[in-house]
Design a protein around this ligand. Structure first.
Ligand code: BGC
Length: 745
């Protein structure tokens, strides 16, 4: 036995019981953390702030300097990402148990829209405007992932997105801060369930803090320049909502904001998040974003990058190795205060305690639980419902939809009809390669139709090339049918991280295929799969029926068949404005009016307009049809003026004037007519989902108080200002009834 080994062994024997004694004693978590902290060396402290990729699945370049295992055994690692499965997490946790202090590892993973059961992509779910459904989708993802050894999801992404060129719009809730905040809360609650400590709860991570969605030109990772008012009024509210809902962690972002990279941004992380919002969790960097402050031109080298990130409040370094290689020296050089390291480590240890990992590091490694969640039928049924609620009906001339199940011949055309992987979407890489489990559109429709209905098929073209060689067969197939369903869109790897597009038209020759089929004179239904708003003007103007089917996940085909044949009456509403052309981007409904607003789309009289394009979007925010129709009565106000301490009621009656039962999302918008800073032309402030039987009417009421009228002024105070307001209620942000009221002093 050599001398060093003997020394270590003695230390281990002396220290181990101490750790266990701290754990066993009836102390508060804070006291336990302090006891652990006292045992830790500076190197071990820094180790907790270090996170590595598990090497087998990466979302960025892997730093190759090997020997992660030995670092785990030395207590030089606080967390790993992309390590899942009971076997694998158990193996690595065992290594951590060989370290001096046996501090358990945290395992994180991007569970963005499902783990084993793949749910619709988050933007699609946002179209449901259904918080209960969104929460249960996140709940199931949490249950399935926690059963596979995962402790932490890097979700929800709560970035506001006004630019559909940005590939990551698919991961969020769209353009609106109010809807985005509700969804942020629902997802945090869903992932964290009844709270950390339960074996089915994941830690949530609100990301990417902050303003990542405003990357200039929609180009991923690009810089962001915005006024603080826009930051506070538009981009921060969903983060605040996530923090208030108890999100355990935050992730900072790749972008610089007004010249300071978010990762090294003390204003964001220390002043706002940990200061003004009093956030008690910890902040993880984005992948290598600490190191990327060097190419940003904000740090000379990794030493300076670590210095700036740590001082700015970034508690854990994902994959850049800047912390593990420099923080000890930075402390010894007096550049980073020990107090600050302690604060970061306390935050990280606190989560490990709350998860219960100090009591049982293998708490999430249970083979039986893992197996139970594999192919869980109940989860699949919930996924199907979520998918149905996410499908947006954009057009339905002459009530072509729903289709009759008695239709004799249906032609199914397009590259998505039999697609497997392309129905799952980006960030569903957890999916194992057993494609038989996904319900394709072909499968779903085949199951739905009567025995004597004939289904015909032709692919027509690929998603993204220029070949029209399949058109002739597709046209012949269409000619034989009573109705044609064409399924086109983006491949699932065309939206997502690093998937910005300057051209967001339907890719390849798909719109040409639609034209060719439409010219047969057969009734055509187009279904569009995508992770972002696309441009498809010809289709929108000429084809009688259009469904936006995003990527709907495991049960996509069944959900689509239910909608096509009327077993589910579509109810979804767009969470983003759909542009007519890329030239309108960024496009959003809550814009400022300007001094020269256009009266309408054809007003070009020295007003704020394009001479070659209307201002309005092709489909507005909040838009989505049903197989039935809803009419709105005029708005009634309980009073026309209120004092700041009063509330009032605004109501109207909605009637289902069609022949089918259906669900409507009644949307309330407010405009502050004159402010100390200019205010948007409309802001969503509430909505209600109501179900109406054919012919039925319901009174819908909203209560309004000054809380609905508040905003951040130029001093960033959250205030209301007396004066005139307008209220709009309708079925989307464009088609609304209007009324006015005054807020008195
Ligand atoms: C993404 C994050 C993600 C991380 C880990 C990064 O490239 O921006 O959203 O959580 O990788 O996979």
């Amino acid at each position: 036995m050599n001398k060093k080994f003997f020394k270590n062994l003695c230390a281990l024997i002396i220290l181990m019981p101490q750790v266990f004694i701290c754990m066993a004693q009836k102390k508060t978590i804070e006291q336990k953390i302090d006891s652990v902290l006292k045992l830790m060396t500076l190197e071990e402290n820094v180790g907790q702030m270090n996170q590595y990729n598990g090497d087998w699945e990466a979302t960025g370049p892997i730093t190759k300097d090997g020997d992660k295992q030995s670092q785990i055994r030395k207590g030089m690692l606080g967390s790993m990402l992309n390590v899942t499965g009971v076997d694998h997490t158990h193996e690595l946790q065992e290594m951590a148990m060989q370290s001096r202090l046996k501090i358990p590892l945290l395992f994180g993973q991007d569970i963005i829209h499902g783990y084993r059961t793949i749910f619709p992509l988050p933007l699609a779910e946002a179209a449901s405007w259904d918080m209960e459904a969104i929460e249960s989708s996140a709940r199931i993802a949490g249950i399935e992932a926690a059963a596979a050894g995962v402790h932490w999801t890097f979700a929800p992404m709560v970035d506001i997105a006004r630019d559909p060129r940005w590939g990551r719009v698919m991961e969020g809730a769209g353009e609106d801060p109010y809807l985005g905040s509700l969804i942020a809360k629902a997802r945090v609650k869903g992932f964290q369930g009844k709270g950390l400590g339960n074996t089915d709860a994941l830690m949530a991570c609100a990301k990417h803090f902050a303003a990542y969605g405003a990357a200039i030109g929609g180009r991923d990772y690009n810089s962001v320049d915005m006024s603080l008012q826009t930051l506070w009024n538009i981009y921060l509210p969903p983060f605040k909502a996530a923090a208030d809902a108890g999100a355990a962690t935050f992730m900072n972002s790749f972008n610089s904001l007004n010249g300071i990279p978010a990762t090294g941004n003390a204003y964001l992380q220390r002043d706002i998040l940990k200061g003004r919002w009093n956030f008690k969790g910890f902040v993880v960097s984005d992948w290598n974003s600490v190191g990327e402050m060097i190419p940003h031109g904000f740090a000379k080298d990794n030493y300076e990058a670590a210095l700036k990130a740590a001082n700015a409040g970034c508690d854990m370094d994902m994959e850049s190795r800047s912390y593990i290689q420099n923080l000890v020296k930075l402390v010894k050089d007096g550049k980073v205060k020990m107090k600050l390291i302690d604060d970061a480590v306390k935050r990280i240890l606190k989560k490990k305690f709350e998860l219960g990992l100090f009591d049982d590091p293998f708490k999430f490694c249970n083979k039986v639980r893992e197996k139970q969640q594999w192919d869980n039928k109940e989860n699949l049924a919930i996924e199907k419902t979520m998918a149905e609620k996410s499908i947006v009906l954009l057009k339905n001339e002459n009530q072509l939809l729903p289709l009759s199940k008695q239709t004799k011949k249906i032609a199914l055309i397009g590259p998505f009809i039999k697609a497997v992987r392309d129905n799952l979407g980006f960030w569903s890489y957890q999916w194992p390669d057993d494609s038989s489990r996904i319900v394709t559109v072909w499968d779903g429709i085949s199951k739905k139709i009567n025995a004597d209905t004939k289904l015909l098929y032709a692919k027509g073209c690929n998603i993204n090339d220029s070949s029209t060689s399949g058109f002739a067969e597709a046209i012949e197939t269409a000619k034989q049918a009573d109705v044609v369903i064409i399924n086109v869109g983006e491949a699932s790897d065309m939206t997502g991280e690093a998937k910005s597009r300057s051209n967001i038209h339907l890719p390849g020759v798909q719109e040409e295929l639609i034209k060719a089929i439409q010219s047969t004179g057969k009734p055509v239904v187009v279904m569009i799969n995508a992770g972002r708003p696309l441009v498809f003007n010809w289709t929108a103007d000429n084809v009688p029926a259009i469904l936006y089917t995003w990527w709907l996940g495991t049960e996509a085909g069944d959900a689509i068949a239910d909608v096509l044949f009327g077993d589910y009456n579509p109810s979804a509403k767009l969470p983003m404005s759909f542009p007519r052309s890329e030239g309108q981007i960024p496009i959003y409904y809550n814009y400022y009016n300007t001094g020269r607003p256009a009266k309408n789309d054809s007003d070009l009289n020295y007003v704020s307009a394009y001479i070659d394009l209307p201002n309005s979007p092709k489909f507005p925010f909040g838009y989505g049809l049903s197989y039935t129709n809803f009419s709105y009565s005029d708005i009634q106000l309980s009073t026309n003026s209120i004092k700041p301490n009063q509330k009032f009621t605004v109501s109207l009656t909605v009637t289902n004037t069609g022949k089918l039962d259906g669900k409507e999302t009644v949307q309330l918008y407010i405009r502050d007519m004159v402010g100390s800073v200019v205010r948007p032309v409309k802001e969503l402030k509430g909505f209600q989902q109501i179900f109406l039987k054919a012919g039925e009417s319901k009174k819908v009421s909203f209560t309004i108080s000054v809380n609905d009228l508040k905003f951040y002024n130029d001093k960033l105070e959250y205030i209301y200002e007396p004066g005139d307001f307008k209220i709009f209620i309708g079925s989307n942000s464009r088609d609304v009834k209007e009324a006015a009221f005054e807020l008195l002093k």
